[in-house]
Ligand binder design. Structure first.
Ligand code: FAD
Ligand code: SF4
Ligand code: SF4
Length: 480
């Protein structure tokens, strides 16, 4: 089978089949099906093979997109997989959950007149096929090294670094306070975006590659950073950001008001078959309730769509700006609307009402005023527009901040920014402590899986250079 490229002129953009909203509301399975082989090849052939591929420039891991699209169009899938996996440790995960409209596809040059190439869906198709065909194999390093690396955090940043360092032959140990591998990919992101088996098979592959996991191991409780530094030749901190932002409103301590991550984690745990008392007793369960989610980011989108699937009576999303100015992906807003979520734009909460339990959110209408120094229009309250929205479960999805890592780790020498994120030298990736590196959300603040992967890849190379130089210096010292 051979496909000519540049088919965008005659062939429309097509995504893999999307399940109907009615069927999606019934379960937590992913909403898109898989391309059939012909469909993937045809869609890949829409690419115009740009000399300067803006899609690649706007992909955080700089995927060689035109090449794997061309190989897919020509039925050379195993080679497409080889090219794709050479720049991305988890291509099938990014293909599912990257906000492509803000990254690769948003930059695709045919987007303006013809709609972009379906880059993410093809990337997912290539690696899902590779798994099916048995092309994805555990790492066997060319040679084993004596040096060991301790990685704190088994989210995408820590796992990408573990994968890269294992390929170089290091003895890699990953510590995580959770009982499962995957960080927010397992307990934050709902399975209708990323089914858990997709994360679990990656975790198993890393185990099969010789990475050692120490689960239920909390650094700060079970060991200090100093103790880990004594044990390992290099350390990578990949702990993410978990402190939920809050709003101080009247009635905030009323029962029935919960942080977004508690709600999503309970739902994910339930889906994984765990016993979750707060789900069973209704505290973190939307079934039969009028739900109000406060916030306009991707976490808020995940909460509203989870509440729909749990059988909520009604689901409203309150956001103080308008649709055009919301931070969440517009594709996800569209999916939520199809599933029956009611977006209340230009609306902000003022108080939570209710005695023993929340019964309503007092909200106020907003309009967008003059732009501030960042260029964003500031939402301004419209006087006298107060109104009550019935609510039995209010979910706060207002973003996340870093925990106090130097205090938690018993390491005051670890320098952090004024937001609590760990400071790194951007040339070397090293923190203020020699041989200690940091990646992902704990450096960037709440970000994306693909950026955590990029950091994990960059830092593993930097750590490798550092340890190679150290080995060479030790050899010279021993010889003299
Ligand atoms: P994390 O994934 O947060 O992993 C950190 C790990 O460190 C965790 O497993 C944690 O248990 C462990 N840890 C923390 N402290 C300690 C300690 N003291 N000792 C041991 N272990 C510790 N991104 C996307 O690209 N697409 C999406 O669709 C998307 N949806 C999201 C939905 C939600 C609800 C949320 C909250 C985030 C979403 N993100 C999404 C963002 C994405 O999940 C994160 O940017 C990414 O997971 C960050 O990776 P990380 O490795 O830095 O940290
Ligand atoms: Fe696009 Fe993300 Fe894949 Fe890069 S990793 S090509 S941004 S979907
Ligand atoms: Fe192909 Fe679009 Fe990338 Fe150009 S920008 S190489 S058309 S995917």
């Amino acid at each position: 089978m051979s496909q000519k490229m540049l088919k965008f002129v005659t062939l429309e953009k097509q995504m893999p089949t999307k399940r109907s909203a009615d069927s999606r509301r019934e379960d937590f399975n992913e909403i898109y099906g898989e391309f059939v082989t012909e469909g993937a090849a045809e869609q890949a052939a829409r690419c115009s093979q740009c000399g300067i591929p803006y899609c690649q420039i706007h992909c955080p891991v700089q995927n060689n997109i035109p090449d794997w699209l061309m190989l897919t169009a020509n039925g050379r899938l195993e080679e497409a997989y080889e090219v794709s996996q050479s720049t991305n440790n988890f291509p099938e995960i990014c293909g599912r959950i990257c906000p492509q409209d803000r990254l690769c596809e948003g930059a695709c040059v045919i987007e303006k007149g013809f709609e972009s190439v379906t880059i993410g869906a093809v990337e997912k198709y290539i690696t899902d096929t590779a798994w099916e065909k048995g092309w994805v194999k555990p790492t066997v390093p060319v040679r084993e090294l004596d040096q060991s690396i301790g990685i704190i955090g088994a989210g995408p940043g820590g796992l990408a670094a573990a994968d890269e360092l294992r390929k170089k032959g290091y003895q890699v140990h990953v510590y995580d306070r959770y009982d499962r591998i995957g960080g927010l990919m397992i307990y934050g992101i709902p399975s209708f975006k990323l089914e858990k088996e997709v994360v679990e098979r990656r975790a198993q592959l890393l185990r099969d590659s010789g990475v050692t996991f120490h689960l239920n191991f909390e650094v700060g409780r079970d060991a200090t950073l100093t103790e880990l530094r004594q044990k390992h030749d290099g350390i990578i901190i990949a702990t993410g950001v978990y402190k939920s932002r809050d709003i101080a409103l009247a009635g905030s301590d009323t029962a029935g008001i919960v942080p977004a991550l508690d709600f999503l984690t309970a739902s994910n745990r339930k889906g994984l078959g765990d016993n979750v008392p707060e789900f069973e007793d209704g505290t973190l369960n939307a079934a039969g309730k009028n739900v109000v989610v406060i916030g306009g980011g991707d976490t808020a989108m995940d909460c509203v769509r989870t509440a729909v699937r749990q059988g909520a009576t009604s689901v409203k999303c309150l956001y103080r700006r308008d649709r055009k100015n919301m931070p969440g992906s517009l594709r996800e807003v569209g999916n939520a609307e199809e599933e029956g979520v009611d977006f209340v734009w230009l609306s902000a909460p003022k108080a939570f009402l209710g005695d023993d339990k929340v019964t309503a959110v007092k909200a106020v209408n907003m309009h967008l005023g003059i732009a501030d120094s960042t260029g964003r229009q500031v939402p301004v309250e419209i006087e006298g527009s107060d109104h009550d929205i019935p609510c039995d479960l209010a979910i706060k999805a207002l973003g996340f901040d870093a925990e106090d890592i130097p205090k938690l780790f018993g390491e005051p020498g670890l320098e952090v920014s004024r937001w609590g994120t760990i400071l790194v030298n951007f040339a070397t990736g090293m923190t203020s402590l020699e041989g200690v590196y940091a990646v992902g959300d704990i450096v960037r603040g709440a970000s994306l899986v693909v950026w955590a992967i990029r950091d994990g890849r960059d830092v593993s190379q930097a750590l490798h250079t550092f340890l190679t130089n150290k080995r060479a210096a030790d050899d010279v010292a021993q010889a003299s």
